[in-house]
Structure formats: structure tokens, C-alpha cells
Design a protein around this ligand. Structure first.
Ligand SMILES: [Zn+2]
Ligand SMILES: [Zn+2]
Length: 645
């Protein structure tokens, strides 16, 4: 009999008969491994545990400890969903069903929308199929037969997928009971292990993400290996919902969105505007200290400017369409760089002037698709804490370190602690997403790596995330659910200086080309505000709170003294509200708590007589009476030190 040699991850080898499966080997190793095994890896490829092995190979048997195996598990749950849907609604058309970070989705075309009752029915059907422990079996079908099968079932999207993706004469399918699906696999052996799942929502999505394509209904499910993980996830999700900036923004009257203004164009209400103004003043001050010069430039420019910068070629799908005005074609700016370059160009520069750091709270406009717009976090008009540093190549390292210092200081003052560094690189291979100049890209990438290494900071690398003109160092913040997004960024750019033929006169009296460092420290005001709202759940530290103190007289008799207290606090620059309503003080306290105002000053007859205030903190409760001047001094020091309480 033919034998083959299997090499396990620890280097041990086994001679086994040809046709042995990974499941067989798992059983030989231990009953426990056999039970926990989800999928196998041979020479780098994931395969079903039941696939017969027919040549010498390296073999790893993967369990839930392996993230790739968990993705296979979740993908199998997507098949289970489709199987359940096809049993209940045999006429739906199928799209795709991949795993996602916390579960899976499958997309369907059905005339009626799936309701929450439908989801409950589907979930029950999934549990029924799971409890039968139906095997997931791989089946090879000749391509013409596969197409015929799907044509008979009117599965036009599946036909499209088979046409596009099946590049061999035999096409791989998987069956789960009566359900059959075109799929490369692999899958977990059977449905029995899929227990910890929950169907979460239905969302519209275009077939293949293209707006000209038909609309599908995506059913999303959360899915984990065990129930505890699922429960933890659902709990975190509940917490995140409570902190959702759209919900908190409404409750605390921070911002609003009006249909009459348009999608993705939020209005900042007075309290939200206060937070924004505090953020703006804060960063302008830090930048002044760090040697930046602030400018104002217009929100629009001629299209030709963006043709010269390259934005038009590489970025125009994300821009608003141009406006024709007299003889000019104007467009809302998607980035501030070209304007700042023209500021640099406004006079001759010498090496003695460099580095020149030009900063602006620059408002920009981007065509975000309506499907992704959300509150303040994804908008179409946004104001970026932007700057462009024009420097010599020798100055890059120090300037980079200077920006990093600014970022770290800002994060500390804002109370941001969950972040990581990502080096965003271009995709290798041909692409019109990026300007072509290999030498320039390599140089900029290496400079960024060196700068990070010399600061001793850990980072990951992300191909495909670069700006069109160069690589960047992104600082990723994690939200309540652990999702990471870029907030701060530093980019080294050799491209735009060339496009605009920028120069400075060097010590040798000749013209040289400067480098541009693009950087954003606290992101756009919109995104940072949304992040901070969720980070604090609306309970901002005193220095950022839109209202820092609520004055709560117990009866009308204290109104005069209360008004004096308010006057004094206002004169000291404190943001304060006086609650003169004819309400019980308990009700006033409750409302101030709901507004998450850091301090409440309760004023009764005793306080009036003694010239004190009874201090209450929103989370620490009653602090007892204090002379007004003492309270004011304490609050000022809390605000000045930007204490996070
Ligand atoms: Zn599949
Ligand atoms: Zn820029």
C-alpha cells in the first residue's frame, strides 16, 4: 500500500496510508484534539479535516485557538444561515456569505424586507439544523453542470460567481443537508458545534458594492465559539450602544442633523460647539508653542489646482463635483495641501527659514457615500486640524519626532489611552491609486521606518492604506468595541513639492527642493468630538465639559445669592448654568446628573448665610459645603491641569 509522510508542526513525522485524513490524524494524536479540531492547514492552505491526503505534506490541525480556524467556523455559520433561509423562503436569490470580525453575514434578494419576526424564525431554523449536526460535505461538479444547476434555480448571482471564479473544469460545492452552495471552502466538519450565535440585523447592500447593481438584504449574525464569548460581546455591544455618539449627542444637545441641510452635514448645537471650540483653542495653543504659523485659506479652488496636485487624477471620486462660475470651474477642496503649498510659494524661501510649519483648522469636503454617513463620525464637510511642514530632507527626523510629541501630549490631555501605530504603505503591483515613482516611495517608507525605530515605538504595517502621494504613519484609536480607526497621521511627501516645483535657496546659494510633511494631530473636529463623546459617554472631564457647574437654589429665596454666585463664576471663565425653575431640588439634581454636568452647587438658606456653596460631584456625590472662593480655586486647578475625573 502507498504511504505518505506527514510532518506535524513540532517537527514529528508520521508514515500514514495515502488517503488518510487530517481528522484521522487528529484522532491518533488525542481524542481531545479530534473533538476540538475545526480545520487543517497543509503547506499553507486551509483544507477540510475530511479531505484525503495524497502526498507528503506538512500538516497542522487547527482549533478555536487559531484565528483562521475561527473564521472558517464563522463562514460555516453563514452557510447554516443560508440553508435555513432557503428552507423557509425557497425563492430568495443568494449572494455571498463571508465571515466577519464578530460573526458572519449572508446576502439575499427577496421582494419583501426581512422583518425581526423573520429573523427570529430563521434563527430558530438554524438552531434546528445545527442540532441535527448535519455534515458539511465537499462536492466537485463539472462547471457546465454547476451553471445549469444554478440557472434552473434562478440563482443569477451565483451563476455570475461561478462564471467569474471557477477557473478549473471541476467546481467545488458544499452541501449542508439539502442546501448546496458554490464555495472553495474549507468548512468545519458539521453544523453541531455552531451554538453560540445570534442574528443581529438586516442591512441593505449593493451586489458587489456597486451602486448600479441590484440591492441585496444582508442578514448579519454574531457568532463565537462558546456562549460566554458571545455573551461578553453582546454585553459590550449594549455598553457601546449607550455611549453611541448619535444617542448621547441627542440627549446632551450636542449636534443635530437636518434633512433640509443635507446628508452628512451636521449642525453643531451650542453645547457641542463649546466642546469643538475648546478642542480648537487647545490645539491652536499647542501648535503656537511648537512653532506653527496659522493661516486661513478658502474652502474651494479652481479644478486646475487639483489637477496640478494630482488630487483630480487620484482622488476625484471622493470629491464633490465642480461648480461652473463665470469662466472658472471651482471645486470644494478635499484636502488643504495645495492651499498651504501656495502659502509657502507666496515668497522666496531660504534654508534659514526652514522648517516652515503652516497650520490651519481647514474645512474640507468629501463625497462620502450615503450608506456610510453617520452622525459626526462620517460626514461630508469636516474641519481638520491640519498642517504642512516644509523642511529640508535632513530636518525630517526632528520634525517627525516633534509631531509625535504633539500627538502624545494631546492624547494625554484628552484622556486617550488606547492607541497603536500603523505604517500605511501602498499596494505592491500596478495601481492608479498611487503616483508612480518607486524610488520616491522606498525613500519615504524607509524614512518613516527609521523615524519610528529611533523613537523605539512598535508599529504594524498596512499595505494599501497609503495616501496617493506617499506612505504615512497612522495613529489608530480603538473605540468602545475595539474597532481601530485612524485619527492622527504623519506623512512624508516628495511628490507634491515636485508637482509644484517648490524650492528654497540653500547655503550654497542654489535652489533646492523642500520635503512636505503632512500631519493631523487631533483629526477632524467632527471625528474627535464623536470619539470623545463615546470615550466619556458624555461625562466629559471638567476642562472639556460644555457646562462645568450647575447652580441649584433650593427655593426662590436663594435666587439672588445664586445669581451672584453665577456672576462670579462667569467672570472667572467658568461655564455655568443656573436652574431657577420652580422645582424640587432633587429634580434639579437629577436633571443636572442626566446632563452629566461635573459639579452641582446646591444653595439653601445655610449657604446664603455662610457665603458658601454645597458641592456635589456627578460621580463622587456630595462633597459638603465649601467657601465659594475655595470651590472656584479647586475647579480652576482641575481645569488647568486637564485632570481626567
Ligand atoms: Zn463556504
Ligand atoms: Zn496635506
Amino acid at each position: 500500500m502507498d504511504t505518505i509522510q506527514i510532518t506535524l508542526p513540532d517537527g514529528a513525522t508520521r508514515e500514514v496510508p495515502k488517503g488518510t485524513t487530517a481528522a484521522d490524524i487528529a484522532r491518533q494524536i488525542s481524542p481531545r484534539l479530534a473533538k476540538e479540531a475545526l480545520v487543517a492547514r497543509t503547506n499553507g492552505d486551509l483544507i477540510d479535516l475530511s479531505r484525503p491526503l495524497d502526498h507528503d505534506t506538512k500538516l497542522a490541525i487547527l482549533t478555536a485557538k487559531d484565528p483562521e480556524a475561527v473564521q472558517v467556523f464563522r463562514h460555516s455559520a453563514a452557510h447554516l444561515l443560508a440553508a435555513a433561509v432557503m428552507e423557509l423562503y425557497p425563492n430568495v436569490k443568494l449572494g455571498i456569505g463571508p465571515p466577519i470580525e464578530t460573526g458572519f453575514f449572508y446576502e439575499f434578494v427577496r421582494d419583501e424586507p426581512f422583518t425581526s419576526e423573520d429573523l427570529a424564525k430563521i434563527e430558530a431554523k438554524m438552531r434546528e439544523l445545527a442540532s441535527k449536526d448535519v455534515p458539511n460535505e465537499r462536492k466537485l461538479i463539472p462547471k457546465p453542470e454547476a451553471l445549469e444547476l444554478y440557472r434552473r434555480q434562478n440563482q443569477e448571482f451565483k451563476c455570475e460567481l461561478v462564471e467569474e471564479k471557477a477557473d478549473e473544469p471541476m467546481v467545488s460545492f458544499y452541501t449542508t443537508g439539502k442546501f448546496i452552495d458554490f464555495c472553495r471552502g474549507p468548512h468545519i466538519p458539521s453544523t453541531g458545534r455552531i451554538k453560540a450565535f445570534k442574528l443581529m440585523s438586516v442591512a441593505g447592500a449593493y451586489w458587489k458594492g456597486k451602486e448600479s447593481n441590484p440591492q441585496m438584504q444582508r442578514i448579519y449574525g454574531a457568532c463565537f465559539i462558546d456562549q460566554k464569548e458571545l455573551d461578553d460581546y453582546l454585553h459590550r455591544l449594549e455598553e457601546a450602544k449607550k455611549r453611541d455618539h448619535r444617542k448621547v449627542g441627542k440627549e446632551l444637545e450636542l449636534f443635530t442633523v437636518s434633512d433640509q441641510v443635507g446628508s452628512g452635514l451636521p449642525l453643531w448645537l451650542p453645547k457641542g460647539a463649546t466642546i469643538r471650540r475648546l478642542l480648537e483653542e487647545y490645539i491652536l495653543e499647542r501648535e503656537r508653542e511648537a512653532g506653527y504659523q496659522h493661516v486661513y485659506t478658502p474652502d474651494m479652488a479652481k479644478v486646475d489646482l487639483y489637477k496640478r496636485s494630482g488630487h483630480w487624477e487620484h482622488y476625484h471620486e471622493d470629491m464633490f463635483p465642480p461648480m461652473e462660475l463665470e469662466t472658472e470651474d471651482l471645486v470644494l477642496r478635499p484636502m488643504n495641501c495645495p492651499h498651504h503649498i501656495l502659502v509657502y510659494e507666496s515668497k522666496k524661501r531660504s534654508y534659514r527659514d526652514l522648517p516652515i510649519r503652516i497650520a490651519e483648522l481647514g474645512t474640507m469636503y468629501r463625497y462620502e457615500r450615503s450608506g456610510v454617513l453617520s452622525g459626526l463620525s462620517r460626514v461630508r464637510a469636516m474641519t481638520l486640524n491640519d498642517a504642512h511642514i516644509f523642511c529640508t530632507p535632513e530636518q525630517i527626523k526632528d520634525e517627525f519626532a516633534g509631531v509625535m510629541k504633539l500627538v502624545e501630549r494631546a492624547y494625554r490631555d484628552l484622556g486617550i489611552t488606547q492607541y497603536s501605530y500603523r505604517l500605511s504603505l501602498r499596494d505592491k503591483g500596478p495601481s492608479d491609486k498611487y503616483v508612480a515613482n518607486d524610488e520616491m516611495w522606498d525613500l519615504a517608507e524607509n524614512l518613516l521606518r527609521e523615524a519610528m525605530n529611533s523613537l523605539g515605538l512598535p508599529y504594524t504595517e498596512a499595505p494599501g492604506e497609503a495616501a496617493f502621494y506617499g506612505p504615512k504613519l497612522d495613529i489608530q484609536l480603538a473605540d468602545v468595541m475595539g474597532h481601530q480607526e485612524t485619527y492622527s497621521t504623519i506623512q512624508i511627501d516628495f511628490h507634491l513639492p515636485n508637482q509644484f516645483e517648490l524650492s528654497y535657496i540653500g547655503a550654497d546659494g542654489r535652489e533646492h527642493r523642500p520635503v512636505i510633511i503632512h500631519r493631523g494631530v487631533i483629526s477632524t473636529m467632527e471625528r474627535m468630538a464623536s470619539y470623545l463623546i463615546e470615550l466619556y459617554g458624555g461625562a466629559f472631564p471638567a476642562w472639556l465639559a460644555p457646562v462645568q457647574v450647575a447652580i441649584l437654589p433650593i427655593t426662590e429665596r436663594q435666587n439672588v445669592y445664586a445669581a451672584e454666585v453665577m456672576k462670579k463664576l462667569l467672570a472667572a471663565g467658568i461655564r455655568v448654568e443656573l436652574d431657577e425653575r420652580n422645582e424640587k431640588v432633587q429634580a434639579k439634581i437629577r436633571d443636572a446628573q442626566l446632563q452629566k454636568i461635573p459639579y452641582m452647587l446646591v444653595i439653601g438658606g445655610k449657604e446664603v448665610d455662610a457665603g458658601t456653596v454645597a458641592v456635589r460631584h456627578r460621580s463622587k456625590g456630595d462633597q459638603g459645603p465649601r467657601p465659594l472662593d475655595q470651590f472656584l480655586a479647586d475647579l480652576k486647578s482641575e481645569v488647568d491641569s486637564k485632570a481626567i475625573t
